[in-house]
Write a protein that binds this ligand. Structure first.
Ligand SMILES: CC(C)(COP(=O)(O)OP(=O)(O)OC[C@H]1O[C@@H](n2cnc3c(N)ncnc32)[C@H](O)[C@@H]1OP(=O)(O)O)[C@@H](O)C(=O)NCCC(=O)NCCS
Length: 131
């Protein structure tokens, strides 16, 4: 299993189109990016075609605002025969002060590596990953 990356899998600037009725960022938008970030982590570890089988332990610690620079940090917790468990930590930087960092959300996401027939397929871990 490769150690955590020293850079986020995804970095994104939040836009007004991503807001909910309160004017803060809609949680579903954050979840969608979490799903993608975890999938990038799974690919890095050697998975090919994957499907999300569970999203667990999702905690929204702080709201996210329009203009926040949001980073999705990933790490692999476990590689099974066909499944991989990833942890995604979401951090927001507010305004122009890079020291104003907040852990806004975290989640655990499990993916299953599948073949063309969409059936579970053994994972072959990549020794050096990519990126
Ligand atoms: C994911 C899927 C292929 C698993 O099929 P399955 O026949 O249940 O597979 P298996 O029982 O052989 O389990 C395969 C692996 O998934 C893991 N798994 C299955 N269900 C799980 C669950 N609810 N949570 C965590 N892991 C799970 C198993 O532990 C196993 O891992 P391992 O090989 O590392 O030990 C199937 O359930 C599926 O296609 N689900 C829909 C996925 C999808 O469309 N996602 C997008 C949602 S929009």
């Amino acid at each position: 299993m490769l150690p955590p990356w020293n850079e986020p899998a995804i970095r994104i600037l939040m836009m007004p189109r991503d807001t909910n009725a309160h004017g803060t960022i809609f949680g579903g938008v954050i979840l969608s990016h979490i799903d993608q970030a975890g999938a990038i982590e799974a690919r890095r570890q050697g998975c090919g075609l994957i499907v999300t089988v569970s999203m667990d332990k999702v905690v929204f610690h702080e709201p996210v605002f329009v203009g926040d620079l949001v980073s999705f940090w990933t790490e692999t917790l476990r590689i099974g025969r066909t499944s991989i468990t990833t942890k995604v930590r979401v951090e927001a930087i507010r305004g122009n002060d890079p020291s104003a960092r907040f852990l806004v959300t975290e989640a655990q996401v499990v993916y299953v590596n599948v073949g063309e027939d969409r059936k579970p397929k053994a994972i072959t871990p990549l020794p050096n990953g990519f990126g």
